[in-house]
Design a protein around this ligand. Structure first.
Ligand code: PEP
Length: 256
């Protein structure tokens, strides 16, 4: 049985002060649960890079993991402003988001770049959380599956099917991110099943084990019905991960 994952994406939010409050609340409300009735749930917060040291220290000894929102495809060198996999590992990151739609859409990350970043993360021993998803226009034009296939195939081409072991795919329809519009459980399930089926053509066992989480305006009041779908293994949560009560309630929905 696949372990559920709820990952928070703080995006470019937070301050030393507000993070301290949020992290303390998450520890207080989640740590006991993760050790007991939610033992099979994994919880992760992906924070802005300047706060990794703070999160590493605040979450030390906690069951809540932390990760980054982006990483360079290069190991080191003259890449001003970039952050390498080993730098993330220096701060205890085990996970990194790869190819979030905000990076694809606003920072020109092509399928090729995303595939290179995925490979760099994997080779370094990080767990890439590969984000894929279609825009509203693509959904309305009926090309959702071909967009997802293109995004997945770009990674397959560079890393092969074996590159997907011990990774996570996040299906995040672009039209649902930060918009308050959530894909219906049926819409989300259909795409999750498609991703699993596409990867199962290469390796059925791997596809069965791969965790595929849903992202796009997940909230406390819609999480349970999304997470009840057979191919939805948890959520990638943006806005609601900044509010401890909301995030905790989403985690609770994933462990029931
Ligand atoms: C995200 O940032 O990946 C996301 C899904 O955001 P939101 O939950 O705010 O839609």
């Amino acid at each position: 049985m696949r372990q559920k994952l709820v990952a928070g994406n703080w995006k470019m939010h937070g301050s030393l002060q507000s993070n301290q409050v949020l992290l303390a609340q998450l520890r207080e409300k989640l740590d006991a649960k993760l050790g007991a009735q939610c033992a099979r749930l994994e919880v992760l917060v992906c924070v802005p890079a300047p706060y990794l040291a703070q999160v590493q220290s605040s979450l030390s000894g906690s069951s809540i993991a932390w990760g980054a929102q982006n990483v360079s495809q290069h190991k080191s060198g003259a890449y001003t402003g970039e952050i390498s996999t080993s730098m993330l590992q220096d701060f205890g990151c085990r996970h990194v988001l790869i190819g979030h739609s905000e990076r694809r859409g606003m920072y020109g990350e092509t399928d090729f770049v995303v595939a290179a970043k995925f490979k760099a993360a994997k080779v370094a021993g990080l767990i890439p959380v590969l984000c894929v998803g279609e825009t509203l226009q693509e959904r309305e034009s009926g090309v959702t599956e071909s967009v997802i296939a293109r995004q997945i195939d770009a990674v397959l081409e560079v890393s092969g099917i074996d590159g997907f072991w011990q990774t996570v795919v996040a299906y995040e329809p672009v039209w649902a991110i930060g918009t308050g519009k959530t894909a219906s459980p049926g819409q989300a399930q259909a795409v999750h099943a498609y991703i699993r089926q596409r990867l199962s053509q290469h390796h059925a066992g791997l596809a069965e084990e791969l965790r595929i989480v849903y992202g796009g305006s997940v909230k406390a009041d819609n999480a349970a019905e999304l997470f009840a779908m057979p191919d939805i293994d948890g959520g990638l949560v943006g806005g609601a991960s900044l509010v401890s009560a909301e995030f905790v309630a989403i985690c609770e929905a994933a462990c029931s």
